[in-house]
Design a protein around this ligand. Structure first.
Ligand SMILES: NC(=O)c1ccc[n+]([C@@H]2O[C@H](COP(=O)([O-])OP(=O)(O)OC[C@H]3O[C@@H](n4cnc5c(N)ncnc54)[C@H](OP(=O)(O)O)[C@@H]3O)[C@@H](O)[C@H]2O)c1
Length: 239
């Protein structure tokens, strides 16, 4: 299968690239950087291509996709690019930073779905999968209002797309990720393990068209802590 992955130069993205390549898929990676250290070991792989693109730019995204589509029609698109800009400081809110969160985490995904959806609908198959965050249930970082808001909007947008195109063969899958770490930790999941879980779920033929929360243990903990009164939450849980 052909898998297009945004945020391929990042920690999760590069693990996803490796996992799909190992599975025998062809992978096209997108990152903001021209070259990525994380991907150096894949440089000679004939099944892998990488290009730099700022997904927050509608124009750049459209132009990049046109070049990619000349010899690579994706079956699966995994939106892994993301950015969490702090948008509160000692003076108050910084709307420009809030907008930057939405530009990358929400519109940076829609810019790719807009031109690709007609292609997938015509073929009657295709998977759009986005990496969102468990912070949609309760923000656990101080000084951030826009990141989880952009991810909550993304969840809703994918749910609406799923309902709209149900039965078309085109799927809209959401991965609400908990904390991801390089090494195994008490809370969360490693990048390697997360990439494997996502790759196992994303399968063109049989993937259930729905939202996943990974890892489940953190999802349960998050839903419980969301019930904690705000005053306690801010004092004891929020970082
Ligand atoms: N880490 C966590 O604990 C956690 C938890 C929940 C959800 N998430 C989400 O999981 C995803 C992966 O996280 P990660 O920890 O692997 O993050 P990361 O290492 O910081 O990687 C982020 C990726 O997004 C790319 N990116 C950011 N802005 C971009 C833009 N404007 N245009 C193109 N690419 C852009 C980066 O490209 P460059 O490297 O070239 O800048 C990089 O490839 C993100 O969407 C994040 O929001 C992470």
């Amino acid at each position: 299968m052909n898998v297009l992955i945004t945020g391929a130069s990042g920690k999760l993205g590069s693990e996803l690239v490796k996992t799909f390549l190992k599975r025998g898929d062809r992978v096209y990676g997108i990152g903001r950087k021209a070259g990525a250290e994380n991907l150096a070991s894949m440089a000679g792989n004939a099944n892998f291509k990488y290009t730099a693109c700022d997904v927050a730019s509608w124009q750049e995204s459209g132009e990049t996709l046109k070049i990619i589509m000349k010899d690579f029609i994706p079956d699966i698109v995994l939106f892994c690019a993301g950015q969490a800009f702090d948008d509160i400081d000692a003076q108050g809110i910084k709307v420009a930073k809030t907008i930057e969160n939405f530009d990358v985490n929400l519109f940076g995904i829609l810019y790719w779905i807009e031109p690709l959806l007609p292609v997938f609908l015509k073929r009657g198959r295709g998977v759009f999968a986005c990496v969102s965050s468990m912070s949609v249930f309760k923000e656990n970082h101080a000084r951030r209002i826009g990141y989880s808001a952009s991810r909550a909007a993304l969840n809703k947008l994918f749910e609406n797309l799923r309902l709209e195109y149900l039965g078309s063969g085109v799927k809209f899958i959401v991965f609400n990720m908990g904390r991801m770490t390089d090494l195994k930790a008490a809370l969360g999941i490693t990048y390697v393990h997360a990439a494997r879980k996502i790759a196992n779920i994303v399968n063109l033929e049989s993937v259930p068209n729905k939202t996943y929360n990974i890892p489940l243990s953190q999802y349960v903990a998050t839903r419980i802590t969301a019930l904690v009164p705000d005053a306690w939450y801010v004092r004891f849980i929020r970082k």
